[in-house]
Write a protein that binds this ligand. Structure first.
Ligand code: CDP
Ligand code: CDP
Length: 210
């Protein structure tokens, strides 16, 4: 069973994807890490993020071991990832890899922006996780503070709005709700309530409980 989870920044899709993967004993791929890794490869090589040829080469040569690099996690890398991810050649280079992961025997949980629309259009379950921009900014603000990276709330909100607009307005695989996705608005839901709502959807489609 493939569970496709998409949504904007800090909607809680990664947290939900991890919990669903544990619950249903499926492998999980955070596809945002792939784009973050392409961006970090360019920054390490002192290349311009808008250099389409260098970005495509970095995507083609991506080493999966690199996905554990803690430098991928910061908010600056999220912004850089959103710049390189708008390039069609980067997306094309990462597509097969994601599809192979999704095709593993037992199934998989993938989260990102275009899983239900492009990477796994035939996924058994598609969830679009969202929340108001202000609530998402509060979550990310709290998260960054907890990690010892304090940033002003207004700056976090501005970053989220800019990234949402770039991800939704690009021509290549823009962020949008797949026709057959279930929308989970978590503005008023904590992570436990979002998990319960998601398992109700998955179990309704025949997902086995552990
Ligand atoms: O992966 P994405 O950027 O969509 O969000 P995340 O990193 O999974 O979640 C951002 C923060 O929101 C984390 O600190 C979560 O604990 C918190 N959160 C959540 O994941 N789900 C909710 N319904 C409420 C809060
Ligand atoms: O956790 P958060 O939502 O902040 O970021 P992420 O999921 O790690 O994604 C970082 C950036 O990568 C996004 O803003 C998108 O531009 C891009 N991305 C994408 O284009 N397609 C995906 N399937 C996943 C991420």
């Amino acid at each position: 069973m493939v569970i496709a989870i998409d949504g904007p920044a800090a909607s809680g899709k990664g947290t939900l994807a991890k919990r669903l993967a544990l619950h249903y004993r499926l492998p999980h791929l955070d596809t945002g890490l792939l784009y973050r890794a392409v961006a970090l490869t360019l920054l390490d090589a002192e290349r311009d993020l808008a250099d389409a040829d260098a970005a495509a080469a970095a995507a083609r040569g991506l080493d999966p071991a690199f996905l554990a690099d803690p430098r991928l996690r910061g908010s600056a890398m999220g912004e850089a990832a959103s710049i390189v991810s708008a390039q069609p050649a980067v997306r094309a280079a990462l597509l097969d890899w994601q599809r192979r992961f999704a095709g593993s025997a037992e199934g998989a949980v993938l989260d990102g922006r275009d899983i239900g629309t492009v990477v796994c259009p035939d996924a058994a379950v598609k969830l679009f996780v969202t929340a108001s921009a202000e609530e998402r900014a509060r979550r990310r603000h709290r998260e960054l503070g907890g990690r010892g990276e304090p940033v002003a709330y207004e700056a976090v909100l501005a970053d989220i709005l800019r990234r949402d607009a770039r991800d939704a307005d690009r021509a290549a695989a823009p962020l949008r709700v797949a026709e057959d996705a279930v929308v989970l608005d978590t503005t008023a839901l904590d992570a436990d309530a979002a998990f319960r709502a998601a398992t109700d959807v998955v179990d309704g489609r025949g997902g086995a409980r552990d």
